[in-house]
Ligand binder design. Structure first.
Ligand SMILES: [Zn+2]
Ligand SMILES: [Zn+2]
Length: 296
């Protein structure tokens, strides 16, 4: 099977009925790598009927950064993976601070794990929600981070300040490549990491559509509206994403981490992508939750 990305969640911290928290699986049919674990990621895995993706098939987890929308489903993932029958720890790669996130999640589950082992300790692995954490670093050139099964993983630094460090990842197998941008402005790390990629799944924000939504929100919740204005500075504007993808020689650009949240189809999608095809000459897809995008 060819390398494929399964979009579990294409949203952001902003609530949306159709776009759940940022999360995706990279798979070659044998190795399943989870990249980020935003809200609902575990439930989304159970929604991929017929694809053999389940929490207990996740071999390894990579965090791009530690913003809440990328990590908040880790508790559910750990318990559902364990009660799904695994008998080995989850390996988790991420930036400095990842060990604290995992320790905290396991503490949340401490009582639960005790109850379940007391009740079903003959069947459940006594390691429970154990994880092996690898805190990694990155520079603006993609560097080897790991090889998981037949998939090589490279990491590069992206620009999401004030969040630092923040990573993007490049997954390679059999000469194919899929890049996950993480949350970022266009930056040298993302350009280098995306060179000639078959697929780039990229953070995407549409500023005029954000401003329309902020104006409505300001009437009812000015604090939330101002937080959204801040976000303009550290997410990739769709026009800039198209430019970077063209410069990098990306073949297929998949827009994700969609800001503001938009419907899956219809005029909002048209507005979100208007004019991008005059800048980027490859294929453009607006990601949807549970969409599968294989390397062609
Ligand atoms: Zn995010
Ligand atoms: Zn973020």
């Amino acid at each position: 099977m060819t390398l494929e990305v399964v979009l579990l969640g294409t949203g952001s911290p902003m609530p949306s009925p159709n776009r759940w928290g940022p999360s995706q699986i990279i798979t070659d049919g044998e190795t399943n790598i989870l990249v980020d674990c935003g809200w609902g990621a575990t439930r989304r895995l159970f929604s991929t009927w017929g694809t053999a993706l389940r929490p207990n098939t996740v071999h390894t987890l990579f965090f791009t950064h530690l913003h809440s929308d990328h990590i908040s489903d880790i508790v559910d993932l750990l318990v559902m993976r364990w009660t799904g029958g695994v008998r080995q720890p989850l390996t988790v790669y991420g930036p400095s601070g990842t060990q604290d996130v995992i320790d905290g999640a396991r503490l949340v589950l401490k009582a639960d794990q005790g109850f379940r082992l007391a009740h079903r300790g003959d069947e459940l692995w006594d390691g429970g929600t154990e994880c092996v954490v690898q805190e990694i670093t990155a520079g603006i050139e993609p560097a080897e981070a790991a090889t998981i099964g037949g998939i090589r993983v490279k990491v590069f630094e992206v620009e999401h300040r004030p969040v630092f460090p923040a990573f993007g990842f490049r997954f390679e197998a059999d000469g194919k490549s899929i890049v996950i941008s993480g949350d970022t402005n266009p930056c040298p790390g993302l350009l280098n990491g995306s060179r000639d990629a078959d697929i780039l799944v990229c953070d995407s924000m549409h500023i005029p559509m954000m401003q329309q939504m902020e104006a409505r929100l300001r009437e009812v919740n000015p604090v939330s509206a101002e937080l959204l204005v801040d976000a303009h500075d550290y997410h990739a504007h769709v026009g800039d994403v198209a430019k970077l993808a063209q410069e990098a020689g990306v073949k297929h650009l998949v827009l994700s981490h969609i800001l503001p949240p938009i419907a899956d189809e219809g005029p909002m999608v048209d507005m979100f992508t208007a004019g991008l095809d005059s800048v980027f000459k490859g294929k453009i897809t607006v990601g949807k939750d549970l969409m599968r995008v294989p390397v062609e």
